[in-house]
Design a binder for this molecule. Structure first.
Ligand code: SF4
Length: 347
């Protein structure tokens, strides 16, 4: 998937693979935090800072990184819950970033979001049937005659009993509520679902059930997911490709098996060194990152990771590393892999 990531990079041709459903190119989302004396914005939080990736139809892109790295803001900006500062978000050939609210409303059913907290994302005043059916009616997904059968069918797909139709969210456990959230999303027949930490509020056994449900629905309906999580084991299990974000920028991106077998970026190495391995004889080599994550309002110059990187060189402090494709489909933003500095670390 060489072309999968850096649209517009000279010399990179798109191999004919699965259809690219979403193309995010150089996406930026800055929030103004300080204004000058005449009201102009003088400082910004760079929550998402030049992020590019593609999502193929029926595939999952996992996005990982520490809290505050911009994963959730990136997901919300793709969905246009936040406006786009710059860059392109092309969904099915349409530029979401430049769409007017009326046009966006028409597209909304095709891109859905599942939130982290199934407790607060469901209205306590609506029954399960109403929650799942509210937007179905609004967007006229099915005719009035078929409405109830359709909702029962969706509930069945998500492992919800038909008798839950008249019940209220407070009567359910966390896992069941997340199933209701998933049912509400898929009822609109989306092509892409942005899953923002969908299992992190759930018990481990329930997490597995929800992940399996998401995979089943993907196989059956050809859904694509952007799966945002800080749980690397879950991301490895569900994702086809993985992007690693730090301070609003993509540090590494590639096929899941490549990234987990041989992480290249020092940040990815540190992040993945904390993943437990189910082998009692395996000796873990945990890399402890020093210092705190810097403020996105005042990110470090050059490589944003240089203040915490054990392999930092002089060049890292002043020059921003390019996001380059080192191996087919494997992209890294790090000077260690730049021949120009004579320190190529590829092995
Ligand atoms: Fe570390 Fe330099 Fe690579 Fe940044 S560019 S990750 S500071 S080696």
């Amino acid at each position: 998937m060489s072309e999968n990531l850096k649209p517009g990079v000279a010399g990179q041709q798109a191999p004919q693979e699965d259809k690219i459903l979403l193309k995010v190119s150089h996406l930026k989302k800055y929030f103004p935090v300080r204004t000058g004396i005449i009201g102009q914005h003088v400082q910004y939080v760079r929550a998402v800072d030049d992020v590019s990736f593609n999502v193929r139809a029926g595939h999952t892109v996992g996005i990982v990184g520490e809290s505050g790295c911009g994963k959730t803001t990136m997901g919300r900006t793709v969905l246009r819950l936040h406006s786009v500062t710059s860059g392109d978000v092309i969904f099915n050939g349409m530029d979401l970033g430049k769409m007017k609210p009326r046009e966006l409303r028409k597209i909304r059913p095709q891109i859905q979001m599942i939130f982290q907290d199934p407790y607060s994302s469901l209205s306590p005043r609506l029954t399960v049937g109403e929650i799942i059916g509210e937007a179905v009616r609004q967007h006229k997904i099915v005719s009035k005659e078929n409405y109830k059968d359709y909702i029962f069918e969706i509930m069945k797909k998500c492992g919800l009993q038909p008798q839950y139709f008249e019940r209220y969210p407070h009567e359910f456990s966390g896992g069941q509520r997340q199933r209701i959230c998933i049912a509400r999303s898929i009822a609109l027949q989306p092509k892409l679902i942005i899953c923002d930490e969908p299992v992190s509020a759930l018990d481990v056994s329930i997490q597995a059930q929800i992940i399996n449900l998401l995979k089943e629905l993907q196989t059956r309906d050809g859904l694509a997911y952007i799966f945002i999580s800080h749980d690397l084991s879950v991301v490895e299990h569900i994702s086809d490709e993985v992007g690693v974000m730090y301070l609003g920028s993509m540090m590494e991106y590639g096929r899941t098996e490549d990234i987990f077998a041989r992480p290249l970026h020092p940040y990815t190495e540190a992040l993945f060194s904390a993943v437990p391995v189910p082998d009692p004889d395996y000796k873990m080599h945990r890399i402890i990152l020093k210092g705190d994550i810097p403020s996105p309002a005042n990110p470090p110059s050059g490589c944003k990771f240089h203040t915490r990187c054990e392999k930092c060189m002089d060049i890292c402090k002043c020059e921003k590393p390019q996001f380059r494709e080192l191996e087919p489909g494997h992209f890294v933003a790090c000077h260690l892999y730049n021949d120009k500095y004579g320190v190529n670390q590829r092995h």
